[in-house]
Design a protein around this ligand. Structure first.
Ligand code: NDP
Ligand code: 8X3
Length: 251
């Protein structure tokens, strides 16, 4: 298989790149930090093709896809993984720039890559798109405002793809993880505050990037008649909270 993974310079994407190459597949590793991708290429060899790309920039995506070498003809599996959360503030205190960046990355980037690669998959009657969503797309929480909404988009976009692709050989999955440590996610969310990022995982045994990579690998290895529509993963230390009722205090 040829697997295109966005956000392959860190975290889940990097772990997926290692997992697919270890499984004998070829990986197109896309992200902005080309030097990280070049390091992966040195480590994993010719089975990995670095592809510098900013998924918020349609021209950057087209440019990257247009210059894929001839030996990498068609993408069998697209993993739309590049994404981020920015901030944990309540909505009235959030930065509009942060909101826009999340929408441009988590929604526009995912949609643009899908739009570019889906027609080829349908023409070949074969392919798989794994979209990395989040529990935040299904479970509201304070501070999750636009991030959670982008992941809700990912969940519903994936369901709508399934509704349209039924009967073709093209599959689509929303993989929605919960608390996952050992990646840059929380450092990015807390705008580089490493201490705040570390506190997120204190006293927990979170999911790891390797766990997510194993799940994506499993989804991609299933026989072609099986489609995983939605897969939610949490560490055992995480669960659901209850609804909140604010009561007014009697005068
Ligand atoms: P990381 O921050 O470790 O990795 C994010 C990756 O996305 C990096 O490789 C980064 O590469 C890439 N990326 C970010 N912006 C862009 C862009 N504009 N263009 C191209 N690539 C970009 O995060 P995780 O691995 O933890 O998260 C991966 C995905 O999983 C995200 O979609 C996230 O929302 C989701 N997720 C994460 C969870 C967690 O707890 N960690 C839980 C649930 C979902 P570069 O900066 O080089 O471009
Ligand atoms: C990341 C998981 O719980 O921080 O998508 O939203 S959470």
């Amino acid at each position: 298989m040829i697997v295109l993974i966005t956000g392959a310079s860190a975290g889940f994407g990097e772990a997926m790149a290692r997992r697919f190459v270890a499984g004998g597949h070829r990986v197109i590793a896309a992200a902005r930090r080309a030097e990280r991708l070049d390091g992966l290429r040195e480590e994993l060899g010719e089975a990995l093709l670095p592809l510098a790309m900013d998924v918020t920039d349609v021209a950057s995506i087209s440019h990257g896809l247009d210059r894929l070498p001839g030996g990498w003809p068609s993408v069998d599996v697209l993993v739309n993984n590049a994404g981020l959360a920015l901030g944990v503030e309540p909505a009235p205190r959030c930065s509009l720039a942060d909101w826009t960046t999340m929408i441009d990355t988590n929604v526009k980037g995912l949609v643009t890559l899908t739009h570019a690669l889906l027609p080829g998959m349908v023409a070949r009657n074969s392919g798989l798109i794994v979209n990395i969503g989040s529990i935040a797309g299904n479970t509201p929480y304070p501070g999750g405002n636009v991030y959670g909404a982008t992941k809700a988009f990912v969940a519903q976009f994936t369901r709508n793809l399934r509704a349209e692709l039924v009967g073709t050989g093209v599959r689509a999955t929303n993989l929605a993880p919960g608390l996952c440590g050992g990646t840059e996610f929380s450092k990015v969310r807390y705008h580089g505050d490493e201490a705040a990022a570390a506190r997120v995982y204190e006293g927990t045994a979170p999911l790891t990037a390797a766990d997510i990579a194993d799940a994506v690998y499993w989804i991609a290895s299933l026989p072609p008649h099986i489609n995983i529509n939605h897969l939610e993963m949490m560490p055992t230390c995480q669960g659901y909270g209850s609804l909140v009722i604010k009561r007014s205090t009697p005068a």
